[in-house]
Each structure stands twice: as C-alpha cells, then as structure tokens.
Design a protein around this ligand. Sequence first.
Ligand SMILES: [Zn+2]
Ligand SMILES: [Zn+2]
Length: 247
Amino acid sequence: MKITFLGTNGWYDTVTGNTCSVLIQSDEYDIILDAGNGIAKADRYITGTKPAYLFISHFHIDHIAGLHMLVKFKFPKGLTICGQIGTTAVLDRFVAEPFTVPFTQLPYSVKFLELDEGEHTIPFPVDCLPLVHPAPCFGYRLTIDGKVIAYCTDTGFCSNAVRLARNSDLLIAECGLKSGQESPGWPHLNPEKAIRIAKEGNAKRLALMHFGAEVYRTLDDRHEVQKRFEKECPGLVVATDDLTIDI
Ligand SMILES: [Zn+2]
Ligand SMILES: [Zn+2]
C-alpha cells in the first residue's frame, strides 16, 4: 500500500510545502486524510478506478482549505466524506456560493458519512476518537489491506492518540512544535511527544507531518528532526510534500 504525503505544513503554505493532506492508495480504495491545500496534488496519483474516501479531522482551515479544488477532480466511483457529527452542516457552509462550487454541483457524486466516537465499518474498519485540541478534532485508525494506519493530527499528548496508535503498522502524527517546545494553551506535539505516542502505542513506524509553518521555516529544520531522532525511533519518517512510502 502506498502512502503519499501531499501536504505536510501546519497552519499555512510556505516554501516548505502545502497544508495537510495524505493519500493512501489501497487495493480497493483511494483514501485521503484531510483536505489542506496539498489535496490539489491528489490527481497526480489517483486514477479514478476506485471509490474515494476523504476523512476530515476537524475544521481548522489548514485541514479544509483545499475543498474548493474538489471541482477539478474526477471520482467516477464517487467520493465519501467522513468526519465527526456535524460535518455535513459545517462543510456545506464552507463549500458554498459565493466562495466556491457547492458539493451538489460537483461533477461526481458526494456522500457524507458522519461518524461518532468508536468503531465503524464503512466498509473498511475505522475507529474514531477525539484528540486534545481547541476545536473538536478526531483521530482515526483505519484497517486496510490487513494493515493498520493511525492518523493523529492537531493534538497534544493524550491517551486516545496512544489507543489509536496501538500496534499500528504506521502512525502518522503531527509535529507542530520543535524539540522541547510546548504550547499548553493550544496543544500540539513536539517530536519527543509524537515519539512517546508511537512507543506507548507500540506503533511499528512513525511518520511526522503538519510541521508548524512558523516553527519549521526551512526543510533543514525538518532534517534536524530526522538526524536527531532516527536512532531513538527506527524507521522514522519526517515527511515532505510528495514523499511516498510503502507499508
Ligand atoms: Zn492544523
Ligand atoms: Zn487545528
């Protein structure tokens, strides 16, 4: 299964990349995690032969700004947008005239699937748990092609993130802060805390993304994280836009 990081910045686009979006290409589905501006690149990879799913973690703009680009995509097998309860109403306000083309006018069918906390089969298994963030934010745990992928973005350290990461093949976690930095008023992870979630959850591999645009101003800032932590966290992926990994 291929996982491509389409956008790896948190908050806003800079020379280091676009805001958050990840593409998972499984045997049967194309699955996109969040719709930051990075989602614009999804059609470089998606062939349209599989049903597409888009998971929205929360409604901060770095996770939904790219929704106005949905009109350029072709999803002949339809697009299902999954998110917390209330997702349909919130996104219908955002993806609307006079700002952009509404969902009802997209050139393919769009369905919404509002998920409450807990386990669902949609048809693949997904577990949703709230994370620690100023706005309600869901972390997800997807089981696809016999592999488990946990996605925990926009959160401080919390037991739900560890639960989602439990024995996963890949934990994709945010890294809004630099090593040693804290922001108790607006929780985000630094590399140490993301690694702690991966270790306590016994995740096989950790990928960091959502690097704060104000904090990680150059890709060298990210490379420092790789150099400093790869021994402590073997297989560590410090994601950059357009990086593809196989799991
Ligand atoms: Zn964010
Ligand atoms: Zn956020």
